[in-house]
Design a protein around this ligand. Sequence first.
Ligand code: ADE
Length: 235
Amino acid sequence: MATPHIAASPGDFSDIVLMPGDPLRARMIADNWLEQAKLVTDIRNMYGYTGYYRGRRISVMAHGMGIPSLSIYATELIREYGARTLIRVGSCGAIAPHLQLQDIVIAQGAGTDSKVNRMRFLDHDFAAIADYALLAQACDAARRLHYPVHVGNVFSADLFYSAQPEMLEKMEKMRILAVEMEAAGLYGLAAEYGASALTVLTVADQIRGGASLTAAERQHSFGRMMEIALTAALE
Ligand code: ADE
């Protein structure tokens, strides 16, 4: 049965779902990385596809921008469509000065200024962390592929346009690698429903330096991130 936001039939999704923010990225992943990919939902143009990668059935569905949007799609995928492994593949803004454009960040944990995990956890602080097996598999895949990655804490911000210099300084001091907008929500949600989650990111901009990726550079680094995410998902 369809949910309010996903128009697929039972069994249309794999238990493994890769989740980019952008629906056109979902289509691009289906077209370029999956075999026999079929569109399974398109409500609000939030495309979801299911196909095969190295013989394993895998789905890809966009989650939109920010924790509220991601939470709607991820919850319905888990509760109604049997998703057990959710891997966000997205972009981030670098905070740590040693991060370069196109570098790959694997979010071991995620802090946030969102209240969602407190809402889930009786107003206490929840340590929003990646599933360890997925994290280890992603790190192993990156090592085997000779792709350098940065593994550590990210910050999931509710506001994209909020750069307070004091907060940026504090994040750098506290070893936050990068800012994005969803990982903490995904990790809290996965914990609540007993699912496994990971976030793999490409550095698209340097928040303090002001540099950002060109379209061609985005494409190139995106490929490495996908290889890492797909290899981790299959193991
Ligand atoms: N994703 C990519 N760049 C970002 C930024 N600067 N802030 C939040 N999320 C991002």
